[in-house]
Design a protein around this ligand. Structure first.
Ligand code: AMP
Ligand code: ZN
Length: 119
């Protein structure tokens, strides 16, 4: 898709620090990490967000989770890791190409950080 940052990263048109790649999935380091390990796992095909996962395209999502498990095993993340996707404005999605954040290397709290209360 034109003018999509993560489509361009997946195509190698914009540089990134690659962690893993296969025919359908690309994994790279987040440019602004919030944990010692912060990878982004993306489908190479453009899907804007989790709300657009369908029966037709969902197999790549299953594959992304398989890839995450392989990365975790390869990097020895036996203390655990978190995978999260932000979908839409209230969740803070800033890049509208489906991506899963993989976070590890630190003990994490849990909860939604509220930046603006609902009216
Ligand atoms: P989200 O806010 O959930 O849409 O996440 C988008 C993520 O993409 C953020 O964590 C950014 O730090 C990250 N990001 C933005 N541009 C780049 C880039 N050029 N290379 C790597 N990560 C990026
Ligand atoms: Zn895209």
């Amino acid at each position: 898709m034109e003018d999509c940052l993560f489509c361009k990263i997946a195509a190698g048109e914009i540089s990134s620090t690659k962690v893993y790649e296969d025919e359908t999935v690309y994994v790279f380091k987040d440019i602004n990490p919030i944990a010692p390990i912060h990878y982004l796992l993306i489908p190479k095909q453009h899907i804007c967000c989790a709300a657009k996962i369908t029966e037709e395209n969902s197999s790549v999502v299953a594959h992304i989770f398989e890839v995450a498990a392989k990365i975790a095993a390869a990097e020895g993340l036996s203390d655990g890791y978190r995978i999260v996707t932000n979908c839409g404005a209230n969740a803070g999605q800033s890049v509208f190409h489906l991506h899963f954040h993989m976070l590890a290397g630190v003990k994490m709290g849990w909860g939604a950080e509220v930046v603006q209360s609902a009216e």
